[in-house]
Design a protein around this ligand. Structure first.
Ligand code: 6PG
Length: 235
């Protein structure tokens, strides 16, 4: 059973977004190498964070030219599709700040190509796996994170860093980071907001529950793991 994550409670989705934005600003300021590599989460929760980063004071204060953005997962749709994580992030953040970002070619199914890009652009650790300065993740009500859904093949992947993963419950394929790439990260921050996440959060945090949720396996081997959770998601 995985040890329970370190929690930072926030009053509301807005305060969660602001606190994480402040933490991102601090992280960039404390990082002594360039680029600062950040893998973004998809879904609806991080949208407020991206909008907060795209507005003053963060738009003005963060040195965007030092940052390189990646995506931890993507749906198999074109970038202009309403389900696209890249499309959501482009509207909320990328259109407003001068930052380099690498969309995932999920619609093309080019997981090998994205893994090559990550290996080229993100410095590797001693084990040869790229080390992201920060990986942002969310959590689904079923305990999935990125596109690592319960019962799917990608959960067992220990060699590849980026794969296409069949998700039968959604009748789709998605591109996703695998656990080896997540485990190499310096920091993983999981963003959780909303009453609909209350049950899964409670089960993740309850030492009496042997929860085998993928999100509980998303932890750095040697880095920092923080769950930023709003009050609505905390029972
Ligand atoms: C995605 C995300 C996924 C997300 C959870 C939570 O592509 O959907 O990577 O893992 O973080 O599904 O989504 P919400 O933030 O919309 O609840």
């Amino acid at each position: 059973m995985s040890e329970r994550p370190h929690l930072l409670a926030c009053q509301s989705p807005d305060s969660l977004a602001r606190k994480v934005a402040e933490a991102v600003e601090r992280l960039v300021g404390e990082t002594d190498h360039d680029p600062v590599t950040i893998a973004l989460a998809g879904g609806s929760t991080p949208k407020r964070l991206y909008e907060t980063l795209a507005a003053d004071p963060f738009r003005r204060r963060i040195p965007w030219e030092r940052i390189e953005l990646f995506f931890g997962d993507e749906r198999s749709v074109p970038p202009d599709h309403s389900d696209s994580n890249y499309g959501m992030t482009k509207a909320a953040l990328l259109d407003h700040v001068p930052v380099r970002a690498h969309p995932m070619p999920a619609a093309e199914g080019d997981d090998f190509g994205y893994e090559r890009l990550v290996r080229e652009r993100v410095a590797a650790g001693e084990n040869g796996i790229p080390v992201f300065d920060l990986v942002l993740l969310g959590i689904g009500t079923d305990g999935h994170t990125a596109s690592l859904f319960p019962g799917t093949a990608a959960l067992r992947e220990r060699e590849r860093l980026v794969v296409m993963n069949d998700v039968p419950k959604l009748a789709t394929r998605r591109m996703t980071f695998t656990f080896p790439l997540l485990e190499a990260a310096r920091r993983i921050w999981v963003l959780v907001a909303g009453a609909d996440k209350r049950d899964v959060v409670a089960r993740c945090l309850d030492p009496q529950v042997d929860a085998d949720f993928p999100v509980l396996r998303a932890r750095p081997a040697a880095g920092e793991l923080v769950w930023w959770v709003d009050e609505a998601a905390l029972s």
